[in-house]
Ligand binder design. Structure first.
Ligand code: ZN
Length: 613
């Protein structure tokens, strides 16, 4: 047990006792609080050992903070969770599954892929020892790479793509998508009647709308995952954000995050990571210094090229909104010219302490404190994007639905940080507009495809029939477009929509599963506004957006990637892939920076893709 843990635990315990309701107020029956005297909780929570638990969307053991575990017992039947206290000999990485661990190295307890609900495969342990690594488990709907695409003919009348086409109303197999300039002009089994001398490509793959990442913090996405030492879970986002280890981990960026020297390469790297994984739109808090990201993928909160900037948001607590600020937001929503149609907030990212359970009611105008907006609900007319929404009660989810508010579900980050995530089953049952997003690479998956795999695995392990591979794809395409408010333009393969298209070079019994199985090297072509930004080398001549694209090897597959607007451009539009990579490496390593910024961490740079996983 190290000194920091010794120091923190009494404070932590005090915090818990101060913030956890004793059961006498209105919080009784809510997630993380005492059950009612008759042993029940508000729906959908379940009373477990006197405390209301989430047994639908919880971790594999249906266990958040197992009260009995706070005695720190250690035996074969013990369920590891956030309430456990590591003892002196416990250490993630020693190959022994101890009481604070789900698994450790090869010690997986009695769990196997099959016992967790998969068809087969090999189970592993995540580096944090707090979760299983399910990547090696198989669904039974195996997929395989397809032969390379063929350019059948070249022409001047746009681009005709052939393959398995995923539309909102079903699968066209085979199907065709015709792109003329920046628009899709035909989606059909055959577009021959509409085509006029196009370049024809038989993709031998799956043609999908480009994926939409409805929430991220893009400028941080050159960092790998942060794993606290010792590995541990948190109750809410305010706890880890104040953790000295976390602050030290991100210091190479945060020391200068308002400077374009750091913001620009970080943000552009995130966009390159998107392109390489089939993602064409990203929500990610561009700052005022973001002119350097008016480039690459679409930024949902500005620089999307689809009309005025319709989105605002806040990163701080929703409980800090006072009457005057709330009135300003309402002016945004109701003004006659260019109203704000989407407002994103981090809603209840956690399940206990720091008043996290009060956040929803505060946003909905039920905060009784002085100088807080009381009586004016900011769940106004479908504008709210509620990111995370982990502990929302049945009544609150009903209110989300009634107000047409949107939810962004980030299961990988939630499970890594808190061991619990939102009640996605109930969210889907209620028909709430919900999208899937990784949040960022520090705690979530590294890209949308990996997040989709995490969501699929989560649905299998937790027996959630609503969470099909098709639904996960919908949550990453047309539903995500609704969430970010760009659904009139993107998210669908449909005539009249923008030609934001991703082609995946895999095939299988279920095309949605085959798409989700794809890695960067399977991403065969990425078009944004009809122009190729990334794809197989043999498609470069027919699809690349300009002559300045670079070639890269993606784990054995030759790719092109278009980074430069022009070699003679200004305002960073002349930067190459190597330029951006070098800037980030130097930031992490300290090259060219003062003595106190010699971090020596260049090797930690998260590359565009990781071979072998
Ligand atoms: Zn976030």
């Amino acid at each position: 047990m190290n000194i920091r843990i010794l120091f923190l635990l009494p404070l932590f315990a005090l915090f818990l006792s101060a913030c956890r309701d004793s059961g006498t107020s209105s919080n009784r029956g809510k997630l993380g609080y005492d059950c009612y005297p008759d042993g029940t909780c508000d729906a959908p929570w379940t009373c477990v050992a006197g405390i209301c638990r989430n047994v639908v969307s919880n971790n594999q053991n249906n266990d958040i903070v197992d009260v009995e575990d706070t005695t720190d017992e250690e035996d074969a039947a013990d369920v590891p969770d956030a309430g456990d206290v590591p003892d002196a000999t416990s250490a993630c990485g020693n190959g022994i599954r101890e009481e604070d661990e789900v698994c450790d190295g090869a010690d997986l307890g009695t769990a196997t892929c099959v016992s967790l609900g998969f068809a087969g495969g090999t189970l592993a342990c995540a580096p944090s020892c707090q979760q299983y690594d399910l990547d090696g488990c198989t669904t039974g709907n195996g997929s395989a790479p397809t032969p390379p695409a063929d350019v059948l003919s070249t022409g001047t009348g746009g681009l005709l793509l052939r393959g398995v086409v995923l539309t909102p109303t079903g699968v066209l197999d085979p199907g065709e998508v015709l792109v003329v300039n920046e628009f899709i002009t035909c989606v059909a089994p055959s577009c021959a009647a509409q085509a006029n001398n196009p370049t024809i490509i038989d993709t031998h793959g799956i043609i999908s709308p480009g994926l939409i990442d409805a929430h991220n913090h893009q400028s941080y996405n050159f960092f790998p995952e942060w794993v606290p030492n010792p590995p541990r879970l948190f109750e809410n986002r305010y706890q880890w954000a104040a953790d000295p280890q976390y602050e030290e981990f991100i210091l190479p960026y945060t020391k200068h995050r308002s400077s374009n020297t750091h913001f620009c390469p970080g943000s552009k790297w995130a966009e390159l990571r998107c392109m390489a994984h089939g993602t064409t739109t990203l929500q990610g808090q561009p700052s005022a210094s973001g002119s350097c990201i008016n480039w690459g993928v679409r930024n949902a909160d500005g620089y999307h090229g689809l009309g005025y900037d319709h989105m605002h948001g806040i990163i701080g607590s929703v409980r800090d909104v006072d009457d005057a600020t709330a009135a300003t937001y309402m002016d945004y929503f109701t003004r006659a010219v260019d109203p704000i149609t989407r407002f994103h907030v981090h809603m209840a990212e956690g399940y206990a302490s720091n008043y996290i359970l009060d956040e929803f009611d505060s946003w909905a105008g039920r905060d009784p404190r002085p100088n807080r907006h009381n009586g004016l609900s900011l769940l106004y007319n479908g504008t709210s994007i509620l990111i995370h929404s982990i502990p929302l009660t049945e009544a609150q989810l009903q209110e989300v639905k009634a107000n047409n508010a949107k939810i962004v579900w980030s299961p990988s980050s939630n499970m890594a940080l808190y061991g619990v995530t939102a009640n996605i089953q109930r969210i889907l049952q209620l028909g709430i507009m919900v999208s899937l997003a990784p949040d960022w690479t520090l705690s979530g998956e590294d890209d949308m495809l990996a997040e989709m795999r995490f969501a699929r695995n989560y649905g299998i392990v937790n027996s959630i029939p609503e969470l099909t591979s098709q639904k996960i794809w919908e949550m990453s395409t047309w539903m995500a477009a609704e969430v970010v408010g760009l659904h009139m333009h993107i998210g669908r393969l449909e005539a009249g929509y923008r030609a934001d298209i991703a082609v995946f070079g895999r095939t299988g019994a279920n095309p949605y599963d085959a798409l989700i199985d794809s890695r960067a090297w399977d991403v065969r072509l990425v078009l944004i506004n009809g122009r190729g930004f990334f794809g197989d080398s043999n498609l470069q001549a027919a699809t690349a957006r300009n002559p300045y694209c670079e070639t890269l090897d993606a784990c054995g597959t030759g790719k092109y990637i278009c980074v430069q607007d022009s070699p003679t451009g200004t305002n960073r539009t002349n930067e190459t892939y190597v330029d951006i990579h070098t800037q980030l490496y130097n930031i992490l390593e300290g090259i060219g920076y003062p003595e106190d910024e010699q971090y020596g961490r260049g090797d930690e740079l998260l590359e565009l893709w990781t071979c072998g996983i």
